[in-house]
Design a protein around this ligand. Structure first.
Ligand SMILES: Cc1cc2nc3c(=O)[nH]c(=O)nc-3n(C[C@H](O)[C@H](O)[C@H](O)COP(=O)(O)O)c2cc1C
Length: 415
């Protein structure tokens, strides 16, 4: 989508002076083995959300800014559709990851279906694939497939709280069996040469916190990095992420530590770095509501302030996402059913819902979209909504209480 024929303004590349204290700056880069993640920000894996369209949308989110608005619809349309790679440093998001994929499924799956789960485009590098499962050999085999497919990193999920995953001892279920985790680490490590990382929660519950021990094991077994979502399995998505455990893990190992949990704003990202010393920041639920967040973090890190999207920015953004989604559906429509993008209209509705939380009048739009029957209908309702707002000169900034509401919605989706 983005890249050819426009330049991305990068205010943060040559800051005149640093407004941010050094200890609160999100690092410019982090190395996971041979892979450099620059800047040190990661889009969290999110099932049902981080498919190839969403990942590329986030990677290129820096395109959709006021500076780039030319006022010329034809040029704008071109800028949104081109697909020459732009560097990830320009996008402000250093690493993207697939949603979690079942290792059992992957090793049994037909080639066509694998394609749906493991498809990515050249402009997604660096990109990691995340796996879940509990059988060391199956996970090792799936990791090999991931490497052969061309992913830059492979990640093991030890955090998913969903019952059907935990029920098969996958995700956070494994946090109760550290020796088994050790076996899995060794099997995957032996199977691949690409960087191998793990994403985990603090432990099963407050009385079984294992994250520090687990981090030490990861280091001893030759993993290249780790990401901690600072909650227990029992917490689900409730309460506050306990960043002090990210600090404890950072203290215990020399491996790069990615902090995760409750980063909703650039200020939060700076606070997480300052409080924990983490090497990178991972962002999940805030990204669909505010796809500018990575760009804002980069700008904030460099200058101490950041731009907020206007109503027009929001409109351009949502329209671009819808166009990408429809283009991907069109491009895959002749493939076997299980290789196609899953339910593009459903995804458009879901995205519109997340994206318009906190936008005045958003509830009305969501009600209308709910009944839309195809992508074109969704697009035209969104268009009508935003054009009316722009004509009225209204601001579409997220109200903080509604952003919080969005967070609880996202949690419902996951569990
Ligand atoms: C809808 C949804 C789907 C998720 N799917 C995954 C997943 O596939 N793999 C994973 O490791 N975590 C998954 N998570 C957890 C996120 O990666 C992240 O750890 C969590 O949302 C906390 O970060 P946040 O506060 O920035 O959202 C998911 C979260 C949500 C909301």
């Amino acid at each position: 989508m983005a890249g050819r024929g426009f330049t991305v303004k990068k205010d943060w590349d040559n800051p005149v002076e640093h407004a941010m204290p050094a200890e609160a700056r999100v690092p410019a880069e982090v190395r996971l083995g041979a892979v450099t993640v620059r800047p040190a920000t990661v889009l969290a894996p999110m099932a049902g959300v981080t498919d190839t369209v969403f990942r590329r949308f986030i990677r290129h989110a820096s395109v959709f800014t006021r500076e780039q608005a030319t006022g010329n619809r034809e040029q704008e349309a071109t800028a949104e559709l081109v697909d020459v790679a732009i560097s990830n440093a320009q996008s402000g998001c250093g690493l993207i990851m697939t949603e979690f994929t079942s290792a059992d499924g992957l090793s049994r799956m037909r080639e066509t279906k694998r394609r749906r789960y493991l498809t990515f485009y050249d402009d997604e590098h660096p990109i990691g694939a995340q796996l879940f499962g509990s059988n060391p050999e199956t996970l090792a085999e799936a990791a090999r497939i991931v490497e052969e497919t061309g992913f830059d990193t492979v990640d093991l999920n030890l955090g998913c709280p969903a019952k059907r995953v935990v029920g098969c001892n996958g995700g956070s279920g494994l946090l109760r069996d550290l020796p088994k985790i050790g076996e899995i680490f060794r099997a995957i490590r032996k199977a691949v040469t690409i960087p191998f990382t793990v994403k985990f929660r603090m432990g099963w519950n407050e009385s079984q916190i294992v994250c520090v021990e687990l981090a030490r094991m990861a280091e001893a077994e030759g993993l290249n990095g780790l990401a901690l979502h600072a909650r227990t399995r029992e917490q689900g998505y409730s309460g506050q992420a306990q960043w002090n455990w990210i600090a404890a893990v950072k203290e215990a190992v020399r491996l790069p530590v990615v902090g995760n949990g409750d980063v909703r704003t650039p200020e939060d990202a700076a606070a997480m770095v300052a409080e924990t010393g983490c090497d990178a920041v991972m962002i999940g639920r805030a990204a669909p509501a505010n796809p500018w967040i990575f760009r804002q973090i980069a700008q904030y890190t460099a200058t101490g302030s950041y731009e907020k999207p206007t109503t027009e920015d929001r409109y351009r953004m949502i329209r671009a996402y819808f166009e990408m989604m429809m283009a991907e559906a069109e491009a895959t429509k002749d493939l076997p059913r299980d290789a196609r993008l899953g339910d593009p209209v459903g995804k458009m509705k879901q995205f519109a819902t997340w994206f318009t939380h906190g936008v005045p009048g958003g509830a009305k739009l969501r009600a209308v979209i709910y009944h839309a029957r195809n992508g074109a209908d969704v697009l035209s309702e969104v268009e009508r909504f935003f054009v009316a707002r722009m004509e009225a000169g209204e601001s579409a900034e997220l109200a903080s209480e509604e952003a919080a509401e969005l967070f609880s919605d996202a949690a419902l989706i996951c569990d």
